[in-house]
Ligand binder design. Sequence first.
Ligand code: NAP
Length: 314
Amino acid sequence: MSHQFEKVALLGLGLIGSSLAHAMRRGNLAGTITGHAKSAETRKTALRLGLVDEVFETPGEAVRDADLVVLCVPIGVCRELVQTIAKDLKKGAILTDVGSVKGAVVRDLEPLIPEGVHFIPAHPIAGTEYSGPEAGFAELFDGRWCILTPLYGTDEAALERLKNFWQACGSSIEIMTPEHHDLVLAITSHVPHLIAYNIVGTASDLERVTKSEVVKFSAAGFRDFTRIAASDPVMWRDIFLNNKDAVLEMLGRFSEDISSLQKAIRWGDGDTLLELFTRTREIRRGIIEAGQETDLPDFGRAPASDIETAGKKE
Ligand code: NAP
């Protein structure tokens, strides 16, 4: 069977880069996979795990002759990286990314793309709270959405190739504008993460509840926030700095709604609480029915012993 791409370059070999490598190996999608990451340690690990066939100290060497180049680095690094590699990109190559924010990435990268290179931004809606080259696995994208935000005038054949690539990695494709993507993700991902970071921060600041009580009774709800709040700090700092407008808009709505709940609790308005909690339960059912979550007890969470061995970089 012929490969989808003769040579794929992965810039960034953390959770997403390594999962893409595994998914490409599984589907035999690439003839050769080259890679680059900032640290020698990650580059060495990527070679040892067989994620890539070759690693390079500089990103320019890694992308030379590649038909597909995927930026799998924190959003704040993309511009500098593309400035460095622009002269090394092959004519006709597809350059894509996996960043969780699209508007800022398009604004930063579009002016740097050389003539003849097809730049097609993408965002796989799949992840875990783990980072680094050992955190990846081939199934990460299975049954998950990958959103593509092609720019005006994008080459249809290149778009089709990238769609096929993500489908072969297990994803379903949705196309939207970068602005719409950022609004949707602000409410479905970015604001929920901010709330988790905030609630875990508040709990750790509480003086009248000890740290051991927070840990001991965490299964009451707090534990699920701690999982989200364990996500990579650099990645999430960059998301909030780069999706400022949409996050602030959604936070404004959130604040208004939480004030209404505060009022309902103060005034003993049980009907308002019951109506909301019934409606939100339906939303969870819808997510399970859509195959985006499990209804197994304890959310299908693996026992702690499995998590310990799941390859986590701290
Ligand atoms: P990660 O596990 O922390 O990996 C980031 C990788 O980028 C590492 O290999 C790191 O190298 C490399 N890197 C950082 N700065 C670099 C630089 N200046 N030059 C070259 N390489 C550099 O992060 P991730 O979770 O894979 O996230 C990567 C991207 O995927 C982010 O843009 C994020 O928005 C997006 N994304 C993440 C998720 C998720 O849940 N994690 C989901 C969807 C999309 P070292 O290891 O040497 O530091």
